[in-house]
Design a protein around this ligand. Structure first.
Ligand code: KG4
Ligand code: ZN
Length: 337
């Protein structure tokens, strides 16, 4: 079964054809990242305009690369929530038009579900149940994945997401957008103990996260140093911040896996590309004799293949959308469209 996956929730216009939820036949991505770098972050209006300009061409290319015609496609899967509303609407409306004109069923896909599904295309052997850590620019969740379409949220952030925390602190340190990725690159040889940061935790909620205190810590530290005519060592500060974020993500996930009895751990979302995080989870899983699955780097960030992969499982679970499908800026991972 061939699924066309359409993703436009942030700054990537991405379309892919995936067979049976596992085999990527094509994966085309057009990004407006370069333009957002000028502003230090994603400008929603620019992202929406670029999606509208290129979504048709990206879709044609994805079909061509897969050696398909639209008529060969069994379902059209589209990211419908959560994300930037204007950006999501471009993908959703395009997918609705394609479905109406072709008669091919339309399947709505939740963005975080699709990030988890990035692991299905990387690891054809992976099957639920497993415990997933989903860390992106907008979310930090620990989720029990009971089947490909059944989830239970165990922990989540009370304020900033892990990616957001790294993007914002990187900006304070003068690193260009996308901060998380650039901070990872410059911090490789930094001293992770150079600064004493707050250790974020949420009283009474052992699996929840709180990252906004780290951001405040960096702003205050840099400000105090500047007043004395000093500047922080970006390499050391970067390594310290990443380590504090990774400590929190790793400790809570390890605790949840032990408490709930999971021995299969899955990483997902843009932050799963982080080299410190990947290394830490390799150590934890080796120590506990757990099996670790991480997406291939090209599938960590937003892409159409993960949407098509999740779309396959939503389709066989009987999930469909009509022409009244609307995009939503926020939506829980265990809610249905
Ligand atoms: O999943 P994603 O591409 O988009 C959202 O759904 O938000 O995640 C983007 C986030 C950004 O915050 C970005 O800085 C972060 O993932 N990210 C990283 C790395 N690569 C991307 N954060 C830390 N280290 C990285 N190597
Ligand atoms: Zn994402």
């Amino acid at each position: 079964m061939k699924i066309l996956g359409i993703e436009s929730s942030c700054d990537e216009t991405a379309v892919s054809v995936v067979e049976d939820g596992r085999k990527v036949l094509s994966n085309v991505i057009a990004s407006s990242l370069e333009e957002h770098i000028l502003y230090g972050g994603v400008v929603p209006e620019i992202a929406s305009r670029r999606h509208a300009e290129c979504i048709e061409q990206v879709t044609k290319q994805a079909l061509k690369d897969a050696g398909c015609e639209l008529a060969d496609i069994d379902a059209i899967a589209v990211t419908a929530a959560p994300g930037l509303i204007g950006a999501l609407l471009v993908g959703v409306n395009f997918a609705k038009g394609l479905s109406l004109s072709s008669g091919i069923p339309l399947v709505p896909v939740h963005h975080l579900r699709s990030h988890i599904a990035a692991n299905y295309v990387t690891h054809p052997d992976l099957e639920p149940p497993f415990l997933a850590l989903v860390a992106s620019g907008g979310h930090s969740h620990i989720v029990e994945v009971r089947s490909p379409t059944e989830y239970k949220v165990i922990g989540q952030t009370r304020d900033d997401a892990a990616g957001e925390c790294m993007d914002k602190t990187a900006r304070v340190l003068g690193l260009p957008y996308p901060g998380g990725k650039n901070m990872d690159a410059v911090s490789q040889n930094g001293n992770p103990h150079a600064f004493e940061t707050p250790r974020p935790h949420v009283d009474g909620s052992p699996y929840d996260f709180s990252f906004s205190g780290l951001k405040t810590y960096v702003i205050n530290t840099v400000h105090h140093m500047e007043q004395k005519g000093e500047a922080p060592n970006v390499e050391d500060m970067g390594a310290t911040i990443i380590t504090a974020v990774v400590d929190s993500l790793a400790d809570n996930t390890e605790r949840a896996a032990k408490d709930l009895g999971y021995d299969t751990i899955v990483l997902a979302g843009g932050v799963s590309a982080n080299s410190f995080l990947r290394k830490r989870f390799e150590e934890i899983c080796e120590k506990n004799h757990w099996t670790l699955y991480m997406p291939e780097l090209q599938y960590c960030g937003d892409n159409g293949a993960m949407v098509a992969a999740q779309g396959y499982y939503e389709y066989i679970a009987g999930h469909r959308a009509g022409l009244d499908l609307n995009a939503k800026a926020t939506m829980a991972i265990d809610a249905e469209f």
